[in-house]
Write a protein that binds this ligand. Sequence first.
Ligand SMILES: [Zn+2]
Length: 395
Amino acid sequence: MMAIRSWKFRIYPTKEQEKELQHYFYECKNLWNYLLDHTKTYYEKTNKFPTRKQLYVLTKKKTKLFSQVSQNVADKLVKSLKGMIAIKKKGGKVGFPRFKPIERMKSFTYPQFGFKLNEQLLLSKIGEIQIKKHRELKGKTKTLTIKRMPSGKWFAIFTSELEVPSKHNKGPKVGIDLGIEHFGHLSNDSIIMNPRHLKKAENKLKQAQRLLSGKKKGGKNRKRAKLRVARVHEKVTNNRRDFLHKTSKKLVDSYSLIAMEDLNVKCLSKDFLAKHVLDCSWAEFSRMLHYKAEEAGSEVVLVNPAHTSQECSSCGLIRKKKLAERQHKCSCGADIHRDLNAAKNILKRATGGRREARPFRPETPVESGPLPEKVRSANESGNSICEDGPPSFLQ
Ligand SMILES: [Zn+2]
């Protein structure tokens, strides 16, 4: 099977090249804003979005960027518009993508051509840049992204497509509830802890941020404090990513099916703490799980997150509880950790437990309230998750 891989190398542009690269960001920002403005006006007039082709034509008129780079700006806009439409279709509230100030522009991408990697990195219209190539690229190189970190470091990220052997994972199935107390709680009651060193680094970050907020605007000290925040921030991000990589790899190697909540839906629900720091690492974790699973021969299944922590995983009854209530207790005798209960429900939804119980409305989510008395007693005996068959009166 074919898989996409990425390689990240540090690059060392000269002062002159740095200026040139910064200019690219500036041009990309202008182009993004111009295309977005056009799209909005077009939508107001016609109630339609411009096509990718129309946007490509506009990029030619507007900028002197290398054509592939400018087309990629248009591609990114098309992608965010599609995302917006998808969320709207699901009933979520979302506005147009936003105009970007220059600070928000952190990278640009060559989707196919315009670069060459030998001992140095050759960029079309910019020249040869020194690169620290610590590994060889494999497969067919597809894209190159040039990225500037707030700490001032520059990186080149290549993606390539390569053939990898396909596997078939025969391990057990598992549900995972991503949480705040712990990173994740598995349906077999194992827990993935939030790594401690990360917590420490995050405290350091807070400290640096506090220091920064005390400094006068425009001063030299402020500039220095800002750079310090950027450096610590970068370190935290790297550590976190490393943790996510290791955790996701372990899961896809151990389980044949990993069930988790559909974050796109979850983030729309009212009871979700959308502002929490963790949500971005959850999305990244989900993305990692997906691409790693494909290679490891296991499967990731996203389920509807509605009431996963309220529903009793043993009998199906809805047990309303506040966020502070950490234990799930039910009249059926269930008395387990709240997150374990959620993880069991997540697995159940992925393996079709719910579907079997409601053969006539297979897609109905669980918000229909308590089940009738008969169903409750039918399920009362077993604590099992995936094997509970349909209650007799539904057969
Ligand atoms: Zn119960």
